[in-house]
Design a binder for this molecule. Structure first.
Ligand code: SF4
Length: 311
């Protein structure tokens, strides 16, 4: 099928002459939006149960987790190489030397070809960014920031603990250092209309991003947001998969063609998920999305630079 958006797999293929696979690593970091450093209580959509020392301070070292992950894939793909993905919590939150040790442990592990670091935009001090410049000269490095919304009123409502201005500044500082810089956005946060979501496209387009990851809002059990939903379901707009595909398509039409679209959906464990439960795997979603892009005869970047488009 004709590719109508700039996909992450092709991006990796342009960089690496071999197949690469992400392996999620829980490096045992915590979160400044829970321990009082940046805020208390955390983001309203974040599950408290998964944020406890027992879960977070995993017993397994970075190397052990990589070893397990690589063994799993290597049976089927013996020549494959791997990207260590520090995904859980805030992976730049800690003492610089401790952070360095974890990153270095990952990149020196056999068959690891690079590193992806997920973090908050208010957790990138200059000294760390300087070290990451040096690291990015030795290996593939992508720093992925959870921006979640490009509206301050939403960030406040979800208790995110940072502003849009802080997020934009950090993305610019990181990209200006020559580091691949990614963003993560949640579509469907409470209080955001379709027009608000399309506004995100305009705000994101002004940023020097390499990659963009979109996720549908998922309501997770035992979160502050789950309580809000129980009390005021009318304040939430939960999309069906088909509606979400239309929204993603509308958004992508307005994004720069150069943004690499990393992912469109997230899948929380069924036992934690309240709604929406689409029952779609990632590849099933992208198949549907590709089909809809073709039906609409549209593509990423079609209306890029022509803002606002809200009709
Ligand atoms: S979503 Fe991330 S930043 Fe927010 S409370 Fe949870 S771990 Fe912390």
């Amino acid at each position: 099928m004709e590719q109508r958006y700039n996909d992450f797999g092709s991006f990796l293929h342009r960089i690496f002459p071999f197949k690469v696979q992400k392996i999620s690593v829980n490096a045992g970091f915590t979160c400044p939006n829970r321990d009082g450093t940046k805020g208390l209580g955390g983001c309203t959509y974040c599950n408290n149960q998964t944020f406890n020392p027992g879960y977070c301070r995993t017993e397994k070292s970075v190397s052990e987790q990589l070893d397990e992950g690589i063994r799993f894939f290597a049976r089927k793909y013996p020549t494959m190489k791997y990207l260590a993905y520090f995904q859980a919590y805030t992976n730049t939150y800690g003492e610089l030397e401790a952070l360095k040790r974890k990153y270095e442990e990952a990149i020196t592990f056999p068959n690891v070809a690079g590193l992806i670091i997920g973090t908050r935009p208010d957790c990138m001090p200059d000294e760390l960014a300087d070290y990451l410049v040096e690291l990015s000269r030795r290996t593939f490095l992508l720093v992925e920031y959870g921006l979640e919304s490009m509206l301050d009123r939403t960030l406040e409502r979800i208790n995110r603990g940072h502003t849009v201005a802080e997020a934009e500044d950090t993305v610019r500082r990181t990209a200006a250092r020559g580091i691949y810089t990614g963003a993560h956005i949640i579509l469907g946060l409470p209080g955001e209309s379709r027009e608000d979501i399309l506004h995100h496209a305009a705000a994101l387009s002004a940023l020097p991003l390499t990659t963009l990851k979109l996720h549908q809002l998922q309501l997770i059990r035992q979160t502050q947001m789950a309580k809000e939903y129980a009390n005021h379901p009318e304040q939430f707009r939960l999309y069906t998969a088909e509606e979400y595909i239309e929204l993603v398509t509308d958004l992508m039409e307005q994004l720069p063609p150069a943004f690499v679209m990393d992912r469109f959906v997230s899948q929380s464990p069924k036992e934690w998920l309240i709604a929406p439960d689409w029952g779609l795997k990632n590849y099933e979603f992208t198949t549907k999305l590709n089909r809809r892009l073709a039906e609409r005869n549209t593509w990423q970047g079609r209306y890029w630079g022509i803002f606002p488009k809200t009709a």
